[in-house]
Design a protein around this ligand. Sequence first.
Ligand code: FES
Ligand SMILES: [Fe+2]
Length: 381
Amino acid sequence: MSVLATPRLGEVLADLRGYLDDEPPALSLPPTAYTSPELWELERERIFGRSWLLVAHVDQLAETGDYVAVSVAGESVVVTRAGNGALHAMSPICRHRLMPLVEPGAGRTDSFTCQYHLWKYGLDGRLRGAPYMAGNTEFEKKECRLPQFALAEWNGFVWINLDANAEPIGDHLELTAHHFANYRLSEMVQVDSWRLEWRANWKLVMENGHENYHVIGLHRETLEPYMPGGGDLHVEQYSPWVLHARIPFAVPVRPEVLALNEIQRANGMLLLAFPASAFIAVGDQVVWFSFLPTAIDRVEVVGGALTLPELATGSAAVQRTQQAVTAMINDEDRLGLEAVQRGAASRFAQRGHLSPKEQPGVLAFYRNLAHALLRAEPTGR
Ligand code: FES
Ligand SMILES: [Fe+2]
């Protein structure tokens, strides 16, 4: 699909180009970047059609038949654990006459049966049954299979890419491995998960995730005592896909559980994967997110909280408290970002000046965005 560079889109792209300069403007995106249908179409094609997205933790796909279904910028994806132990990422759109086989969510099944005419697919996407089709000599049941997407697993995190020929994400993630070496990521178990809908453009959500400056406002009662918004973010870009940041954080340390170094004891360690995925390790807790757009002004927020197995069996009351705090912080971001989305639609809105506190992360995100949208090939290829 090609997108015509309408004047409005052309202006947004010209502004984006500025972020590729050696000295980019310390300005936020033009407000139309959050409301332009033309830009959204371009993002669907050049970003979400080609990028790696974190969609689950392996604990959600532990048993044969476990599945997680998401929508990526309007494209349905289901990830399954097949009987031979392999994970598959597929398009769950029936090959007969296009009925989606499963809605976004998670569950366990031994097959997917289309509710329209009862065609039945296995966990690897191969067609297993198609009633009354024997008389159609053109139809080859053996060749009928749901389209397969690229899939990667790294330290328990499950990633998908709609582009089956995508460059592997693992090599890029591995560049940050030394930052997370002491956290025992691969041993961690998921103790909480969520699937939320926020009414905001995905870029607003991601730039919010690239700065801690907003903690002084949106999270002043909840996070500010531990993660002061005035603390300086230290950002390292490892590849066009992967950025690491450390955020000053009063980490509750339990040296008998995790042998963290001095930096890890004083910081939250953040991995941001362009375009829309992230996780942060804070001592023995890890929280992951993916902000999957479903429309120009909607994101589905999927994510989870992980901890070490020996801590996961702690008291239910403690776990409930942690879940409540996470939910509260998520909701503070949601309320703030939904309000900003409304602000972006104002005819009087304009680009804003960025604080030095937010520049390292936000400008890195804008640069990756500009790369992905302006280059014929996406970043990292
Ligand atoms: S559309 Fe799925 S069986 Fe007909
Ligand atoms: Fe926040």
